[in-house]
Design a protein around this ligand. Structure first.
Ligand SMILES: NC(=O)c1ccc[n+]([C@@H]2O[C@H](COP(=O)([O-])OP(=O)(O)OC[C@H]3O[C@@H](n4cnc5c(N)ncnc54)[C@H](O)[C@@H]3O)[C@@H](O)[C@H]2O)c1
Length: 367
């Protein structure tokens, strides 16, 4: 019985009689390290996967030492995921091509602004039949409007992509606190293989086919979280925040219904971890909420706060709001998305944050 997850032909070409794959994680970061912990532990006990999990690390000096050296000796990403030991079979590699060239599975976990450069570096240097999975939450602007990050990767590298999104704040995942996640994939056999690689008893995976809806949820919820942060900073209560979350969800659904044209857009996908669950956790616990709250209470700029508060981590909500704004403007649809628009106007156009609540009061959902 073939159970490697690749097609029959690929499986024969790969001589999968022993069914060994080299599982490659691309880029270390807060969440990359949390996922490396899971993948490393699963690979170590499942003979289907190669034991060593290589992880590309964007090299940085931390306390006078190379981050890769620290990870490979202390088995800890002391900059982006301090306090959590990584399995010893996770090997940090500073050279991107060396890290990825023999991979059968590539896991992309980088801030979305670095995707283009990373793909250009490994283009033509990876296996042509590798599978990719993206955990990156963001969108790009294409010539015809929206472009999913997984599509950007797929086009640049020519590999089939799946996505993983959910209520998965990195520290909690690394702490092995129970959570759920959603894998969206175009091919069922890829979903089964990736689930086997990722699932643990405290990280439960549901696989769905609407990969584009899963991915768009992961990007858009960060815009709503900025709104939730404004709401907290302005001193509104839980009822108001619940309204931000609900109206934000309605805009997410409306946006997906217009822009996810690859297949159906089912309400049930929004009830998965990638939908409401990720939206709730991000509006309460995430960095976008935190920085947006400080934007109101300190009067500092978003860029200043990102530098001050995030220790090298990147903020995704404002950038995604700008990309979404450009797409909506192009389609003449801004009026239908007042919350997304308000976040963009406040972050980039100097609109007073004190007027944020107006976008809720005049929402098309109430008309
Ligand atoms: N953090 C989370 O809880 C979480 C959860 C799920 C998904 N994600 C997604 O995973 C992706 C990565 O998020 P994160 O929080 O781990 O990263 P991050 O925002 O913390 O970014 C820091 C990472 O960027 C890397 N970096 C810095 N400069 C770079 C460069 N020039 N080229 C390439 N990499 C560079 C650093 O090495 C570091 O690993 C994002 O798209 C995010 O939405 C994050």
């Amino acid at each position: 019985k073939r159970f490697c997850g690749f097609s029959d032909t690929t499986c024969q070409q790969k001589k999968h009689n022993t069914i060994t794959q080299h599982v490659q994680i691309i880029l270390i970061s807060a969440v990359g390290s949390a996922i490396a912990k899971i993948v490393g532990a699963n690979a170590a006990k499942n003979s289907k996967f190669a034991n060593t999990v290589k992880m590309w690390v964007f090299e940085e000096m931390v306390n006078g030492r190379k981050l890769t050296e620290i990870i490979n000796t202390e088995h800890e990403n002391i900059k982006y995921l301090p306090g959590h030991k990584l399995p010893a079979n996770v090997l940090a590699v500073p050279d991107l091509v060396e890290a990825s060239s023999d991979a059968d599975i590539l896991v992309f976990v980088i801030p979305h602004q670095f995707v283009g450069r990373v793909c250009d570096t490994i283009k033509g240097k990876i296996k042509s039949d590798a599978l990719g999975i993206s955990l990156i939450k963001g969108v790009d602007e294409g010539p015809d409007g929206l472009k999913l990050i997984s599509d950007v990767i797929q086009e640049k590298l020519g590999i089939t992509m799946s996505v993983l999104m959910g209520a998965n704040i990195a520290n909690e995942v690394a702490d092995e606190k129970f959570c759920e996640t959603t894998i969206g994939c175009k091919k069922k056999n890829h979903g089964a293989l990736l689930k086997e690689l990722m699932q643990t008893s405290n990280f439960r995976v549901t696989v769905v086919e609407e990969y584009d809806v899963v991915e768009i949820c992961g990007a858009l919820k960060n815009i709503v979280a900025v709104g939730a942060g404004f709401c907290d900073g302005l001193g509104f209560g839980d009822n108001t925040k619940a309204a931000v979350i609900r109206l934000g969800l309605m805009e997410m659904i409306a946006f997906a219904r217009i822009f996810c044209t690859a297949g159906p857009v089912s309400s049930s996908t929004f009830l998965e971890s990638c939908g409401v669950a990720d939206l709730i956790t991000t509006c309460y616990g995430g960095r976008n909420r935190k920085v947006a709250e400080a934007f109101v209470t300190t009067g500092k700029s978003i860029e200043e706060l990102e530098k001050e508060m995030l220790n090298g981590q990147k903020l995704q909500g404002p950038a995604t709001a700008a990309e979404v704004y450009a797409i909506l403007k192009h389609k003449n649809l801004i009026d239908k998305f007042p919350l997304f628009n308000a976040v963009y106007q406040i972050c980039y156009q100097g609109h007073p944050v004190t007027e944020f609540i107006k976008c809720l009061q005049n929402h098309p959902e109430h008309m």
